[in-house]
Design a protein around this ligand. Structure first.
Ligand code: C2E
Ligand code: MG
Ligand code: MG
Length: 730
């Protein structure tokens, strides 16, 4: 029910006052009548909706209000006033209206007329109050979201801003406008020119303006500000105003940088991690191709590190790794070693030191003219280990072995170089501590064996030696099957060859394309078979190498499979496996868009160890990230590791991507993932990859496994028979 409006009626004429109050009460108003304002001071009324007062009082200098104590007067300031006057009192009416009275009433007994005026004024007052309240709410929302609005007048070079804008820029919120000059004082000088150019273009071309600028905000706080504005034009199309919003994006920029740093840096030493190392190595290879020089990758491994860990404890072990990292950075100093910065890009012209899992480090030398240079560096690094370290108050000696691989001689991609440096390292370790070994391309024997394997792989498809295993991924929160991933196996000469062994060969030889096409068709056929048997499998994910995307459009194959087996497009999912950096990004992007337009789901595999950077991620039309199992393994091992996993999950969420954690093997890992907000998981805890016929049984066991994670059932005894069975199938 609407509240009755309250009127304060102040008039010295007792007769008229009484009659008017009575008439207005009959019209439904709450009336407080009084001979003078002073009379209200003793028992102050609530703030009324309207004040009716004699025009002479207001006109002659607002004595009526002046007679009130100051604090009460303030309460009446915003209340609209209706002034009373006699017929011939035009001057008093005029003065009162000039002094802010809302309307007047010639003192008479035309009560319906008075009531109509009051009604109109009360309605106006209500609208004004609501407007003020909504303005206030908007200002508060702006302050919370750190946003403000502004109008920039290009003629007078003034910026009219809302309270929110001025708060971001650190100006007094009560100011209505600031000059362009004052604004520029908050912006670092090197940004003046680009800012002026952007504003100039927006005005000249009547184009929207969008840019980010650092400013020194309130109290000199370094603030990152995003400006977006639209031009307003006159009839001739000339820009008369730029109207827009300012947003304080400092926090989100910082969070993005933190996440970028976390996924590209090793949490213990702050050095680049494997992921970042591979990306920098790819950059260096691209630079070397242009410049015609070589790139060296060294893998270093500490000798007997396990002993240090065991005898001094893991904390001391961590300390050793940090000291070794610092020492290596210093030793590589003359080669301008890059620190573990989060931002990539640019050219790699200095040496890079990265920490690899465990006690391994990797070094990248990007501009190699001849192997002798590398030899000198690696020998110096290994020799440098001769100096003792102080750990946990004790002197301790650590030595290392190194393996070296060279581009282009030993490999053409970053992944290949690192794995060859690893192979050389294994060789060095066999020779004993402080050894250095170069990757020696396995001569003829290996070459012949490789050729034999390759020719076997060529025939594998036509001989039907390839088959798929299926591993479920599970929504642990709801205890349901999310879908299955198809994983290839090659039955070669009586042995099942896992994909890690033949996928690389297939990629190098281009065979990965027909294998990928076969996998899509085979997975589609299997989906139909399950459906015909009444087995509910929501979707099947097929691994497709980035190389495939660059060579051929997959959409055609996917469409054929969908039509042939009467599947809904969402029943197929393509996992983009990043075996190497996407070289033809536009082509890959186009292929991905074709698949997405078809309705096929897209996910990025092995996220975190591949080549994907944040900028790359936001440009791909993918809906899902599969978090690599190396991160899942970090859960429960160190606080930093858990922070990385949490950051990756938060990153996926902020990009609105679904996340599936891979390689979940223990209940503890699953619980940690659940606690970090990742419900979807894949791994041996739920099921190993199985033959299609085994899938119904695996699906039946999912709810029980999920309950185990939720802690609502006791763990089942180890299923040896089951493990043996899976072992056979692997
Ligand atoms: P992926 O796509 O990341 O597949 C997951 C791998 O992790 C599988 O190895 C799976 O058996 C293994 N895995 C699953 N759960 C666990 C766990 O809890 N612990 C451990 N330790 N491992 C687990 P798999 O089958 O050997 O495949 C290796 C990789 O080979 C795949 O990694 C994928 O990148 C590639 N691959 C497999 N099939 C194909 C294919 O048809 N085409 C292409 N291009 N690549 C394939
Ligand atoms: Mg996969
Ligand atoms: Mg994966």
């Amino acid at each position: 029910m609407e509240q009755r409006a309250t009127i304060v009626l102040v008039d010295a004429d007792a007769g008229w006052r009484g009659a008017a109050a009575g008439a207005l009460r009959e019209c439904g108003y709450e009336v407080i009548a009084c001979a003078s304002m002073a009379g209200l001071a003793g028992d102050p009324p609530p703030v009324p909706d309207l004040l009716i007062v004699d025009a002479a009082d207001i006109g002659a200098g607002a004595q009526a209000l002046d007679t009130m104590p100051r604090h009460l007067r303030a309460r009446f300031d915003a209340v609209p006033r209706l002034v009373l006057a006699d017929v011939h009192d035009e001057q008093a009416i005029g003065r009162a209206l000039v002094r802010g009275a809302a309307d007047f009433f010639v003192r008479s007994t035309h009560w319906p007329l008075l009531a109509a005026r009051i009604d109109r004024l009360c309605r106006m007052a209500r609208v004004q109050r609501e407007l003020a309240a909504s303005h206030d709410r908007l200002a508060k929302a702006h302050a919370l979201a750190r946003v403000g609005t502004f109008d920039f007048d290009p003629k007078s070079l003034t910026l009219h801003g809302s309270t929110g804008s001025f708060a971001i820029l650190g100006f007094d919120a009560l100011r209505a406008a600031i000059s362009a000059e004052e604004f520029l004082q908050r912006v670092p000088t090197e940004h003046h020119e680009p800012l002026a150019r952007a504003v100039d273009r927006a005005i000249r071309e009547a184009e929207p303006l969008a840019l980010e600028l650092p400013v020194s905000g309130a109290g000199g706080r370094a603030t990152m500000m995003r400006i977006a504005a639209e031009p307003l034009c006159d009839a001739e199309g000339r820009v008369t105003m730029l109207r827009g919003v300012i947003r304080d994006v400092t926090e989100s920029r910082r969070a993005e940088q933190d996440i970028e740093r976390m996924i590209s840096a090793d949490p213990l030493t702050g050095l680049p991690n494997r992921n970042r190392f591979l990306a920098l190595c790819s950059e260096a290879i691209a630079g070397a191709q242009r410049g015609g020089y070589g790139v060296a990758v060294m893998a270093l491994d500490l000798d007997r590190f396990a002993q240090i860990n065991e005898s001094l404890g893991q904390v001391a072990g961590d300390e050793v790794l940090c000291i070794v990292g610092e020492r290596l950075v210093r030793d590589l100093g003359p080669l301008r070693c890059r620190p573990g910065e989060g931002e990539g890009g640019g050219t790699t012209d200095g040496a890079v030191l990265a920490r690899l899992p465990g006690d391994r480090f990797a070094v990248l030398l990007p501009r190699v003219r001849e192997p002798a240079e590398v030899s000198e560096v690696v020998q110096a690094l290994v020799r440098g280990f001769g100096r003792p370290l102080m750990v946990a108050g004790a002197e301790c000696f650590v030595s290392c072995c190194a393996g070296v691989a060279l581009y282009p001689r030993d490999g053409e991609t970053a992944g290949m170089l690192l794995s060859r440096a690893d192979a050389a390292l294994a060789d060095a370790k066999r020779r004993g501590s402080q050894s250095v070994a170069w990757y020696a391309r396995p001569p003829d024997v290996h070459g012949r064996a490789r050729l034999k394997l390759l020719s076997g792989l060529h025939k594998a498809l036509e001989r039907g030696e390839l088959s798929l295993r299926y591993q479920p991924w599970v929504d642990v929160g709801s205890g349901t099957l999310g879908g299955v991933e198809a994983l290839a196996r090659w039955q070669h000469e009586g042995v099942s060859v896992p994909p890690v062994q033949f996928v690389a060969l297939a990629e190098q030889s281009g065979l990965i394309v027909p294998i990928g096409e076969w996998a899509i068709r085979e997975a589609g056929r299997q989906m139909r078979a399950w459906r015909d048997d009444g087995i509910r499998v929501p979707k099947v994910a097929i691994n497709i190498s980035t190389i495939h995307f660059e060579r051929r459009s997959l959409a055609e194959t996917a469409r054929e499979v969908i039509v042939e087996h009467c599947l809904e497009p969402g029943a197929l999912e393509i996992e983009l496996t990043e075996s190497c950096m996407v070289r033809d990004f536009d082509r890959t992007l186009q292929a991905l868009h074709e698949l997405r337009d078809l309705g096929v789901e897209l996910s990025l595999d092995d996220f975190g160890i591949g080549y994907s950077s944040l900028s790359y991620l936001t440009r791909l039309p993918i809906g899902k990230l599969k978090v690599d199992r190396s991160f899942v393994r970090m859960l429960g091992m160190s606080v930093e590791g858990e922070a990385v996993v949490r950051a990756i999950i938060a990153l996926g969420r902020s990009l609105r991507l679904q996340l599936v954690a891979e390689g979940v093997e223990t209940v503890a890992q699953a619980r940690a993932l659940l606690a970090s907000g990742c419900d979807a998981m894949q791994g041996f805890l739920f099921a190993r990859p199985v033959l299609p016929a085994r899938l119904p049984e695996v699906i039946r066991r999912i709810p029980e496994r999920c309950l185990l994670v939720a802690g609502r059932t006791t763990p089942a005894p180890p299923d040896h028979a089951d493990a043996a069975y899976h072992g056979r199938l692997q």
